[in-house]
Design a protein around this ligand. Sequence first.
Ligand code: SF4
Length: 467
Amino acid sequence: MKRVREIFIIRAANRLGFAGFEGRMPVVNAGELLYIVCKNLTDVFRAEKALQEAGIPVRTVPSPPKEVGPCSTVLEITVGDSKRSSGVLEQSGLEIEKTIPARLPRTELLERLSGKNNAGSFGKVLSGVLEGLPPSLPDLRILLKASGTDREALWKAADYVRQISIGDVVDIRAALEFSNHCRRNCSYCGLRQGNSNLSRYRMTENEILEQAVRVRAMGIQTIILQSGEDTWFTTTRVVNIIKAIKQETGMYITLSLGEREPEEYGIFRQAGADNYLLKVETTNPHIYSELHPGSTVTERIKHVRMIKQAGYITGSGNIIGLPGQDVDSIARDIIWFWQEGIHMIGVGPFVPAVNTPLETNTPGAVDLTLNTIAVTRLVCRNSYIPSTTALATLSREAQLKGLACGANTIMLIMTPPGVREKYKIYANKMMVDIEWALTMVKALQRQTPPYIQAGGLAEPEQRTAGG
Ligand code: SF4
């Protein structure tokens, strides 16, 4: 049965164009996998190379933040390769901090949730995922379609996995949307080049830096520099901005600039950028090409991989409710996040934007979006998952529910008034500010991050899985 599952997943991955899938890791139960923890990210990549050269299947995946210290990424190997891997790493002069099992720790609640009492196909599938079975299309399809009491069980299980893997602290980050110029024409996006009704802006380098300093003064540790694909911000300009923010604030820097030239990813990383967000939006090749004129999902995936190889903590994500998208397509997205070891996964509903070809389309369904967050948490248990602004735009309550069914992060919009309202990727974008973020944390009896409690200018703490 296991072999059938392996072949199924490998074929599904290859159909999507994820070349090399079968060469990297065998698809096995999490109980047969181990995480190797290294001292730092540089050692992780050196160790990955050494193991690959020795012919040992390995992949880099997000660390379980509660069990691992500062390093965001661990190596995943099979239990059977553990002795040989230690030997190879020792010979290469690389120190292993520790090895830890990949499966969830056994607790009473897990036993209950993954339960002997779970009857029916939904219960069996949920048990299997909690037990660490690798994700399969038929299983994820069942979970994503959950409703009624099944949905309650799914959300509860996801919330439990979030608590065990990540903890109760809700990470708070700040997005600074510094330019709404874009050279692309994505059908769903209000920033698309063809939207001549949009008033365009670019913040100056000084304005960006000043705003970053304000963000840091709130205690926030990670700033997301976001824009359309705006080539006016050349390599040199972006490097100058990264260096200035790093020097002035010491914050972690996440770039969300769309696709750039391959060599730029390395240059920005060298300059001090830590994370890079590039949403795949959908892994369905037909829907992708339909919505992104002149572009393919294969190319998009290539960029995500280049970003990961450049040493970033890598973010991606999808949109729920795109035209032509079905539950299978969403399930394939989740399998892709898992297979690529994506660190941050943004799952947001489609929200129509005025002056775009999709302006009259129906928004994505809130419940399906929440189910997707929950299933993503079960499958990619150590990843950072935001409860998105797009969810808040459909309803504030939906954003709150997102945090209660697997999400652990909130992105504040810290774009200054005057330009903020021009960053119209979709209509009626919700203003997620610190007050609303703290209200949600309190309502859910979760924990505010210590850097926010301390306020002021505390030094950034050592980084965790999401940087
Ligand atoms: S989704 Fe991104 S790349 Fe596409 S038009 Fe909008 S800003 Fe540009």
